[in-house]
Ligand binder design. Structure first.
Ligand SMILES: [Fe+2]
Length: 309
């Protein structure tokens, strides 16, 4: 099924002037930090009926099985995805028993439901005026809802989208690390990630305190720059979070360049890091696009396995 939704500022739903904005964004801080460093925003979704457990249960029942991902929630920070334990419950049972079943659940691509799509587009319509001057071409609006038991841990990983995580209910500690620190996240791991290997990474004990730590409470939202590593620990209550994400054309270029370097490295070359040689990157991406067009192999990773927040 198609899981991506196109959205652009000019196409974003018109704001009903009688409604308050859903998000509170500080324009100067957004301009300074977006895509470079995490920052907090505020939102007005904590009492929104689309995040009531009964409505989430209805959503989970209505979406295809591939849009649901769930497992036991009490995991280590470093977790081999092939060893992630299941919780022995159905998706519906997981939501119904989320307070006690020690589980983690992601409801993916919620834009397939018209009501959630409208909410997602309305939120991103408020982000677009701020993001477009920095990374133009907002597209592939996708929403993810995470429903997690008290104490659950989401292992250390990276994600490919521009993302704002809006905390609806409960609280989370977010441990977020500088994605430009190549001693934490090197070129080889980025190449593997963009070549569809799993997003989980290994965080060495000595580096665990080297990132930002955010105490995300209901009504708060956090910006995750693309591929900034993170792991998440729920606090003592059930948590519901809404992740609003989008892509931009520069991310397609970034993905392609890492895929090219992955192929070169597999053939024994040592390619220069992406971004070190602008002319080389431009030439490589141009050739990549020509080849992709000739072969008709345009590929999207929008059906990714979602490790979530
Ligand atoms: Fe994540």
């Amino acid at each position: 099924m198609s899981t991506s939704t196109q959205i652009a500022p000019k196409q974003a739903p018109q704001q009903n002037q009688s409604l308050k904005p859903l998000l509170e964004v500080a324009p100067v801080e957004f301009a300074e930090k977006f895509s470079r460093t995490p920052f907090l925003i505020r939102h007005r979704l904590t009492d929104h009926p689309l995040f009531a457990i009964d409505r989430l249960l209805e959503l989970a029942k209505s979406l295809p099985e591939g849009c649901l991902e769930y497992n036991a929630g009490q995991l280590p920070v470093n977790c081999d995805p092939s060893l992630t334990p299941l919780n022995g419950l159905s998706a519906e049972e997981t939501i119904e028993r989320i307070a006690t079943c020690k589980s983690w659940m992601a409801i993916k691509y919620v834009e397939n439901d018209p009501e959630y799509r409208d909410l997602l587009h309305r939120c991103l319509g408020e982000i677009a005026p701020h993001s477009e001057p920095i990374v133009p071409g907002m597209t592939q609006a996708q929403g993810f809802i995470f429903v997690t038991s008290p104490g659950s841990v989401t292992p250390y990983h990276i994600d490919p989208e521009h993302n704002f995580l809006l905390q609806i209910r409960g609280a989370k500690h977010i441990h977020l690390y500088d994605g430009n620190d190549r001693t934490l996240l090197d070129e080889v791991h980025l190449e593997r990630f963009y070549s569809d290997e799993h997003r989980n990474l290994k965080l060495h004990d000595a580096r665990i305190d080297d990132g930002w730590k955010f105490d995300l409470q209901p009504g708060m939202g956090l910006h995750f720059p693309v591929t900034y590593p993170h792991w998440v620990q729920n606090q003592d209550e059930v948590s519901v979070s809404f992740s609003i994400t989008f892509r931009t054309p520069d991310l397609d270029r970034r993905r392609a360049l890492y895929q090219i370097n992955h192929q070169l490295r597999k053939r024994g070359w040592t390619p220069p890091p992406v971004g070190d040689h602008r002319l080389r990157d431009t030439l490589a991406y141009t050739l990549f696009r020509i080849r992709r067009k000739l072969l008709g192999t345009a590929k999207s990773d929008c059906s990714r396995s979602c490790n979530g927040m």
